[in-house]
Ligand binder design. Structure first.
Ligand code: HEM
Ligand code: NAG
Ligand code: NAG
Ligand code: NAG
Ligand code: NAG
Ligand code: NAG
Length: 320
């Protein structure tokens, strides 16, 4: 029979093993930086808050960066790498080119985090994931515990940025396929598309829809034509929903009224299998918030590099 001192010895071994298992496990954890740098998460939140206070749209841009990172070879900060002799940056390809923004804010966060931690221990991939969450919170949306411990890639794949990111001309079938390839289902597709409750799109993206689509409210289309003519004005912005700085359900209630800005938005409410969920979210903010938070965690879990894979970049734009 084990004496009490044996028991406590066994308990100590157990605790040590549990700690080791956590440290070397390949699963992400919300507590990953709690001991190595407890100041990291508050520092990210501070810089995001300041950036969003300066320009509300930055919250949207930072959320989108995390999404475009995760869909191209997993959440590994590959989107942040600049061009090199050995690979082409993802920044200038497909839906990223002349469109993704916020890279300077990520640089600023990385500098601040390294300063408060005293060294480079927080990955750029984790910074993207936390900045996305803090952006949503800054614009009045839900919060969630971001799983951490991702490491940074040592390469990028520009071709994959074209192949694996959804484009705004896709129908429900195409969108479903693109999300399924990432292990995400239709519920994730609809909830995450709710990210379009914040931010803007350029005229060249929605021009075809406002001039040619049939599943669009005609007054809505007419109004947009004033700032998005048939020719010219390609980079003129329109809000993705009527309240582009509030994380509300207006994106969904708009879809029900056929006022989705992108063809891919309206595709979610166009007589198909996702109509019911769009309707649910359109008058149930709690349901949207809960599902959005869950799906953000699922998206954040896409193919992370962990343990000794990859590296912790010192400069998010360059491999060490
Ligand atoms: C479902 C497929 C999706 C498509 C086809 C799509 C496409 C687009 C396009 C074309 C734009 C405008 C880009 C521009 O005009 O420069 C945009 C903006 C945006 N997207 Fe998506 N998106 C999708 C899903 C998502 C998801 C899952 C999120 C995040 C959870 C997201 C977050 C955003 C945000 C926040 C903006 C505004 C960015 C800004 O104002 O800087 N999108 N998206
Ligand atoms: C990205 O867009 C610019 C114009 O803004 C264009 O000159 C360039 O060719 C595009 N890059 C790629 C890889 O297509
Ligand atoms: C790229 O985007 C900038 C800023 O939105 C805009 O001024 C410029 O005209 C765009 N270039 C092209 C080729 O679309
Ligand atoms: C990039 O991704 C494409 C698929 O989109 C793949 O065919 C190609 O081998 C990848 N390139 C590299 C360098 O990994
Ligand atoms: C949608 O999928 C079909 C079939 O795979 C493909 O031919 C088509 O080009 C896709 N549409 C878009 C807009 O990507
Ligand atoms: C504007 O966008 C359209 C559609 O994408 C493109 O065909 C055209 O070349 C663009 N014009 C300019 C000046 O960039």
């Amino acid at each position: 029979m084990a004496s009490p001192s044996h028991l406590s010895f066994q308990l100590q071994i157990f605790v040590l093993l549990a700690i080791a298992a956590t440290a070397f496990s390949s699963a992400l954890s919300p507590y990953f930086y709690d001991h190595v740098c407890p100041q990291a998460l508050p520092a990210i939140k501070r810089v995001v808050k300041a950036a969003v206070a300066k320009e509300r749209r930055m919250g949207a841009s930072l959320l989108r960066l995390h999404f475009h990172d995760c869909f191209v070879n997993g959440c590994d900060a590959s989107i942040l790498l600049d061009n090199t002799n050995t690979f082409e940056s993802e920044k200038f390809e497909g839906p990223n080119n002349n469109s993704t923004r916020g890279f300077e804010v990520i640089d600023q966060i990385k500098a601040e985090v390294d300063k408060v931690c005293g060294c480079s221990v927080v990955s750029c991939a984790d910074i993207l994931a936390v900045a996305a969450r803090d952006s949503v919170v800054a614009l009045g949306g839900p919060s969630w515990k971001v799983r951490l411990g991702r490491r940074d890639s040592t390469t990028a794949n520009a071709t994959k940025a074209i192949d694996d990111l959804p484009n705004p001309f896709m129908d429900l079938k195409n969108l479903t396929t693109i999300f399924r390839r990432q292990g995400l289902n239709k519920r994730d597709l609809v909830a995450l598309s709710g990210g379009h409750t914040i931010g803007f799109s350029q005229c060249f993206v929605f021009r075809e829809r406002i001039y040619s689509a049939r599943n669009i409210d005609s007054a809505f289309a007419q109004k947009l034509k004033a700032t998005c003519p048939r020719k010219g004005g390609n980079s003129t912005l329109a809000p993705l929903d009527p309240s582009p700085a509030s994380f509300d359900v207006a994106y969904f209630s708009n879809l029900v009224k056929q006022r989705g800005l992108l063809a891919s938005d309206q595709a979610l409410f166009s007589g198909g299998s996702t109509d019911a969920l769009v309707k649910t979210y359109s008058n149930n903010p709690e349901a949207f918030w809960e599902d959005f938070a869950k799906s953000m965690i699922r998206m954040g879990n896409i193919k992370p590099l962990t343990g000794t894979q990859g590296q912790i970049r010192e400069n998010c734009r360059r491999v060490n």
